[in-house]
Ligand binder design. Structure first.
Ligand code: SF4
Length: 695
């Protein structure tokens, strides 16, 4: 059976085959993302298909119960809260792990029928800055590129991405191209000498958070050396002069600000100025910032100024972390979009309400992730339904998040796992089907819609998320709109909505599937949207016609004033803590930890420190170290390495209470976000480090 890996945004195709009591999982040679290859996480998927730790029956107030009673209870809690406190007193917190069909139904219930837009998702933590920047520049949330561009480029710039660990199959594709093409150069921009940086032709270890200055400097450099594409700028863009005016005029200024040598800076700028095809590939190091949207726009500005967009091997390319972060964007899983890339404007509200035949549609954006949890803290949201995610570990300032979950008047959690850091606070636990049991679609980071297919029976009483939400919708009196019996009916409706009165002003359009049958859905092959009358076989590259989705069809330059990270109070011995994914784990380890092989790469929580700092702080290699700031404290084993810049340290994000009760990087992250996108600033947090015992 063909399916899609449930981990990262690469979206690799897999072939899963039940063999005796287990399942064999291999790469799908026909899938365009991976052509048969899998990284270590994907190759261990079969080990995660276990009943161990699974939630198998509904639980209400700590008592196992029937589905009927659990669903009645949930619907009653929603009804009471809405009647007493209004529709904004309830909320969904969703996940880039759930399928587009699940997302669609949750969004439809909350925004279309309950009348609140309080639907947000852990994808807010992953790519919302990239989304906000695309919208500012292109008038739409459109990822311009295709994975093939990674092989067709001459200059591959990875900024804020350790792709060798986080998007391994894409990284392998880049490395293969680097070996094949003598002109292919790889530049890595990262404060840390990551596994990716170690193999780059040039590594720029900039000071944390100075990325926008680096790209502003590049824009000014291109202007100085006459490498602008003036025709493209004049004919297809707005606001270039203002963007250029905001840029630094000397290399010295940029080098000082970014903390790198002028020689290295000039090398990078020269390579860009002379490359015919360049890609800026960016991820969480850019997005998870207090100015993530501006950083993304600084990158986009450079590609617009050089006309390096809409052509093979060119473009600003944001990479999503999760398997269905893109699908969530399509259906309206973010609180500030309505559905099918329609906004909360008069046109969008009118169209969606007529399509859903509802007169109670939400009229304004809802609360983004951090604001949503703050509203629970302030007792404004009484009923919170968390689906397929573990905010007690993954949201910033996680001690505070746990207190919020604890005090929530009614916390409902749908999950396939019984004991996560979040489920312990739930009043209601609803057992959801997991990977291998579910049917639906995901969209990866190059707009490819790909099927996840069920090949094993749901365990215990587990049910699909779309079914659970629809059953609650029926109990709330919205039965007519939620009569789904199969995921393909939801996909078909989603496709119809994407094409509903769409005259080409919206990028997301899969209306070619408006009449899809179950048989066609079952045999659906991976395909890149848009898929409509104009592009019945999908479209690899957007903007090849230089037409953008703004009112005048021109792209917008955004003038960027670089902003440094917002740091918490200083201490003379403080270090700046950065964080990210480890090589072999996925998110909060609820599933990957079931695979023994994946646990052997990082046996215990560790903190990476430069030897100079370690000496200053009297920390030896393998010491148990207490890392603390005003939020909380955590324990980790010291690893000393010059790959870590002095003054900074690094921890991986994954550890949960089951494996490391006191060691979670997000105990120490600040509860602040980019003001435009609402994406939290995970990456820069001041901490003190102190050895507590010596081995
Ligand atoms: Fe899965 Fe990502 Fe690895 Fe592909 S690269 S196998 S999608 S984890």
């Amino acid at each position: 059976m063909k399916s899609t890996c449930p981990y990262c945004g690469v979206g690799c195709g897999v072939l899963a085959k039940p063999v005796n009591d287990s399942v064999s999982v291999q790469g799908d040679a026909e899938h365009p993302a991976n052509a048969g290859k899998l990284c270590i996480k994907g190759s261990q998927l079969s080990s995660t298909l276990t009943s161990h730790g699974r939630l198998q029956a509904p639980v209400v107030e700590n008592q196992q119960t029937s589905w009927t009673q659990a669903l009645d209870y949930v619907a009653e809690k929603f009804r009471q809260s809405i009647e007493q406190y209004g529709p904004d007193s309830v909320a969904f917190y969703l996940s880039g792990q759930i399928l587009s069909e699940d997302y669609y139904v949750a969004n439809k219930l909350m925004k279309g029928f309950i009348g609140s837009a309080n639907v947000d998702t852990n994808s807010r933590l992953c790519m919302s800055s990239a989304v906000a920047a695309y919208k500012r520049a292109f008038g739409s949330d459109t990822v311009p590129n295709s994975y093939d561009d990674l092989e067709e480029t001459d200059l591959m710039i990875l900024i804020g991405s350790n792709a060798a660990w986080t998007h391994p199959i894409l990284y392998q594709r880049m490395r293969a191209a680097q070996k094949k093409n003598p002109h292919y150069k790889m530049v890595v921009i990262d404060p840390k000498r990551s596994a990716t940086a170690g193999e780059a032709d040039l590594h720029l270890a900039i000071k944390p958070g100075t990325d926008a200055m680096l790209y502003n400097g590049l824009l000014a450099y291109l202007a100085r050396v006459g490498k602008l594409d003036q025709t493209f700028i004049n004919q297809h863009t707005n606001n270039f002069e203002q963007a250029l005016e905001a840029c630094p005029q000397t290399l010295t200024e940029v080098a000082l600000f970014c903390g790198i040598s002028e020689n290295k800076l000039r090398q990078f700028y020269d390579w860009f100025a002379n490359a015919k095809r360049s890609i800026s590939f960016y991820s969480m190091g850019i997005n998870q910032s207090n100015s993530g949207t501006d950083k993304c726009n600084a990158i986009i500005n450079v590609h617009l100024a050089s006309g390096q967009i809409g052509k093979p091997g060119c473009g600003p390319y944001s990479i999503t972390g999760q398997p269905n972060a893109m699908g969530g964007r399509e259906v309206g899983g973010l609180a500030n979009t309505l559905a099918a890339h329609m906004e909360f404007d008069a046109t969008g509200i009118d169209k969606v309400s007529r399509f859903w035949r509802s007169n109670n549609i939400a009229k304004a954006p809802g609360l983004k992730a951090l604001d949503m949890f703050e509203a629970v803290e302030q007792d404004k949201i009484k009923v919170l339904w968390v689906i397929g995610t573990n905010p007690a570990v993954s949201l910033p300032d996680s001690d505070r998040i746990k207190r919020i979950l604890q005090q929530c008047e009614c916390l409902i959690v749908s999950d396939c796992m019984a004991e996560t850091d979040t489920t312990q606070y739930a009043d209601v636990l609803l057992p959801a089907t997991g990977w291998g049991e579910k049917n639906g679609t995901v969209t990866n980071a190059d707009r490819t819609i790909s099927r996840q297919r069920g090949f094993i029976q749901p365990l215990g009483q587990a049910r699909h998320d779309w079914w659970i939400i629809s059953e609650v919708a029926k109990r709330l009196g919205y039965g007519d709109a939620f009569q789904y019996e199969h995921a393909y009916e939801i996909f078909r409706e989603h496709a119809q909505l994407s094409g509903f009165e769409n005259n080409g002003s919206r990028d997301f359009d899969i209306s070619a599937f408006s009449n899809i049958t179950q048989q066609q859905y079952d045999s659906l092959k991976p395909i890149q949207w848009p898929v409509n009358e104009t592009y019945p076989s999908g479209k690899a590259r957007m903007f090849d016609d230089q037409q953008f989705f703004t009112a005048d069809k021109k792209a917008n330059f955004i003038a960027i004033t670089p902003k440094l990270p917002e740091l918490n109070a200083a201490d003379k011995n403080s270090l700046i803590l950065n964080n990210g994914r480890g090589r072999d784990q996925w998110h909060t380890m609820t599933r990957t930890s079931a695979a023994k092989k994946l646990n052997s790469h990082e046996l215990y929580p560790s903190v990476l420190i430069n030897p100079l700092d370690a000496k200053k702080l009297s920390i030896m290699a393998n010491d148990l170290v207490k890392i603390a700031n005003k939020n909380s404290n955590t324990l980790a084993i010291a690893k000393l390495s010059t790959s870590q810049s002095p003054g900074e340290c690094y921890m991986s994000i994954h550890w949960n209470q089951q494996f490391a009760n006191k060691t979670k990087a997000n105990n120490l992250t600040q509860f602040i976000a980019d003001p435009v996108s609402g994406q939290p600033q995970y990456k820069q947090n001041r901490v003190q480090a102190q050895a507590v015992t010596t081995k």
